[in-house]
Design a protein around this ligand. Structure first.
Ligand code: UFG
Length: 338
């Protein structure tokens, strides 16, 4: 298939690009590189041995997006592009609504104009309102506690409405839990700008000495060891989920949502311990107060993805940490010119 990947230079987009390309799909990446680097495209090409055409464009620029659809013929779109920092979205809500909602709207208009009706959307476990107990099921009530989360809820709604109105559309909403890890080659991984917000990239930077200490946000939650529990999933497993979703909508119309996780929760302390095993040394850590807005325990029920998509995660926490460490080690020594 010919597949457009918006945000294809980002963390999840780039790993998905590799899997799709390796399975023989022809991909085009559309990215504005606002939170990614053009060098990612060369890395994708190096890993796959295939060319990865890239269009530098902003989704909110309707003319630029339409031009991409005029230049290429697509069978499907995987829509990763979007701002994704929870805290920043609270400070800059309009930027989040503008970028994520208007960007998606322009993308969907271009799809309509060019008769492309198949879309897979990067949604998130953040769309669950958070007042129901884990595990999270796809039919749990939706809601959000920050503008970033609301953009995901609203985009899901837009896609659902369009699928209901027009039988040429089919959408798969993939609700990611906590994607971590990296490509096993060590050439691609998560590379956030500035100080990371998320646990894994933070721990990885402590392991290479770029940050002094792992801060554990709260050890008084009602969880087995008192620290927050999340459903971490290897980014290569997540990427494979997109491949299965592409196959799934080929023969179906309508809107479908699936959790992508492992179905198993790990605590912050368990993650730090697994990373210590991966990097072979103890990491300094301290207990800090709870982070505002965090929930004690979030993990997926994965029965629906298994039954409908045939998806189940292959990699466990030790592989996730080993690959994240391999990537962090290589990218830190590369930036030091070693
Ligand atoms: N944590 C720490 N120290 C840190 C960072 C995080 O103890 O330095 C803890 C958090 O309190 C939480 C766990 O580690 O218990 C995971 O935190 P992350 O920031 O890595 O991930 P979140 O689960 O908070 O959020 C992630 C994505 C969101 C998405 C959400 C969906 O970052 O975009 O999953 O559940 F919305």
């Amino acid at each position: 298939m010919n597949v457009l990947l918006t945000g294809g230079a980002g963390f999840i987009g780039s790993h998905t690009a590799i899997i799709l390309s390796e399975r023989g799909h022809d991909i085009v990446v559309l990215d504005n590189f606002s939170n990614s680097k053009p060098s990612v495209i060369q890395r994708i090409e190096r890993i796959t041995g295939r060319s990865c055409p890239c269009e530098e464009a902003d989704l909110t620029d309707a003319e630029a997006v339409d031009a991409v659809f005029r230049r290429w013929k697509f069978d499907a779109v995987i829509h990763f592009a979007g701002f994704k920092a929870v805290g920043e979205s609270v400070e800059k809500p309009l930027e989040y609504y503008e970028n994520n909602l208007i960007g998606t709207l322009k993308l969907m208009e271009a799809m309509t104009n060019h008769d492309v009706g198949d879309i897979i959307f990067s949604s998130s476990a953040t769309v669950y309102r958070g007042d129901s107990p884990a595990p999270y099921y796809e039919d749990y009530p939706l809601g959000a506690s920050n503008p970033y989360g609301w953009t995901k809820v609203m985009i899901e709604r837009m896609l659902r409405d369009v699928c209901a109105a027009d039988s040429r559309w089919a959408a798969v909403l993939l609700r990611y839990f906590n994607p971590i890890g990296a490509h096993p080659s060590g050439l691609l991984g998560e590379d956030p700008n500035g100080i990371p917000n998320n646990l894994l990239p933070y721990v990885a930077k402590v392991a290479v000495g770029e940050l002094p200490v792992v801060r554990i946000f709260g050890d008084d939650y009602d969880t087995p060891d008192g620290t927050g529990v999340r459903d971490y999933i290897h980014v290569m497993d997540l990427a494979r989920g997109h491949l299965l979703a592409l196959d799934y909508i080929r023969t179906r119309r309508g809107c479908f949502s699936f959790n992508l996780g492992t179905g198993k929760g790990y605590s912050v302390k368990e993650v730090v311990a697994a990373f210590e095993r991966a990097c072979g040394k103890p990491l300094p850590s301290r207990i800090d107060p709870r982070r505002a807005g965090d929930l004690p325990e979030i993990y997926a029920n994965v029965d629906l993805a298994r039954k409908e998509l045939g998806f189940s995660a292959e990699f466990g926490l030790s592989e996730m940490c080993a690959d994240a460490w391999n990537w962090q080690r290589r990218s830190s020594s590369a930036s030091e010119g070693l």
